[in-house]
Design a protein around this ligand. Structure first.
Ligand SMILES: [Zn+2]
Length: 301
């Protein structure tokens, strides 16, 4: 954004520049780069790609990770409540997860994952590098549904659902994607590596995410830019999204639409433990004290 004017091109250049800078200052394994490049080239549902991106960067807040970050609790598995909730246990070794993978269209048994000492991330990397697009799409969808089930159980206390139903849902997601002209419907989501930036927002507590939203505009032809950034407790950007919309009557409405866009994005990306921030006092007060008196009604996305 420059002088309050939102520009996708400028945002991309900013992020790309920071990406190049980071890559030149860190010793990133060449194989990792190949896997990440492969991941971002897969045509699939963006939130599935984003989840895999977080897994590959060890940014998924399974309970064992939270303990390592200083959260004081017993990190028992959200599914079985018997073993420590590591990423490997949750995604590969838990009894529910084993049934889930086996019930999927891929019929993945424990042997398919490899030996008992096999880890999930190397297995996922192998899928990304060597399997065809359709198989990879389904594996990413299965990961997404599994993580969604885990979060619903963890944060909403829901009973564990039938693994067959969940595996079918993951398959259905891929079928719907394939049947639709999905590429044209995707939000533009920028692949963001793990930068540390100058943060002027307050960091959320460990295990929480912070959503910051903003709106800029309008251009002479009435276009507004809406942007949302989600950061984790270390201040690392976990996901970002932006879109353009037309004809908001004023900046307060645009800010509210940015907040709606951000919340919808966060929900789709399964960031359920979320703190939202916006920099428009009018917009925030309109939610809490219904200050804005506007006849405007509409949808953001
Ligand atoms: Zn378990």
């Amino acid at each position: 954004m420059k002088n309050g004017q939102f520009s996708v091109k400028a945002a991309y250049k900013f992020l790309k520049g920071r990406d190049d800078h980071l890559q030149s200052n860190t010793s990133i394994n060449n194989q990792d780069v190949q896997v990440w490049n492969k991941l971002w080239k897969i045509k699939t549902i963006p939130r599935h790609t984003h989840l895999a991106w977080r897994m590959l960067h060890n940014r998924l807040p399974v309970k064992e990770c939270l303990v390592k970050r200083g959260v004081d609790f017993i990190p028992l598995c959200s599914f079985c409540d018997q073993h420590r909730e590591t990423l490997d246990h949750l995604f590969m070794y838990c009894e529910w997860s084993r049934s889930y993978w086996f019930c999927s269209q891929l019929g993945i048994s424990h042997q398919n994952f490899g030996s008992d000492s096999c880890n999930f991330i190397p297995w996922l990397e192998k899928v990304l590098m060597h399997e065809d697009a359709e198989t990879t799409r389904l594996v990413l969808s299965l990961c997404y549904v599994l993580w969604n089930v885990r979060n619903k159980r963890c944060f909403e206390g829901l009973e564990l659902p039938d693994p067959v139903t969940c595996a079918n849902q993951a398959n259905k997601n891929v079928i719907i994607f394939n049947q639709s002209n999905a590429l044209n419907l995707q939000q533009q989501i920028l692949p963001i590596p793990s930068p540390q930036s100058n943060i002027r927002w307050t960091l959320p507590p460990a295990g929480w995410y912070e959503l910051n939203v903003d709106a800029a505009g309008p251009t002479p032809d009435g276009v507004w830019g809406l942007a949302a950034v989600i950061r984790d407790a270390d201040g690392v950007i976990a996901a970002a999204s932006c879109c353009q919309k037309q004809l908001f009557p004023n900046s307060d409405i645009a800010e509210l639409m940015a907040l709606k866009h951000g919340l919808k994005f966060a929900r789709d990306m399964i960031f359920l433990n979320l703190i939202a921030e916006a920099d428009s006092l009018n917009a925030i007060e309109s939610i809490t004290v219904k200050k804005i008196n506007s006849p405007y009604r509409g949808h953001c996305c």
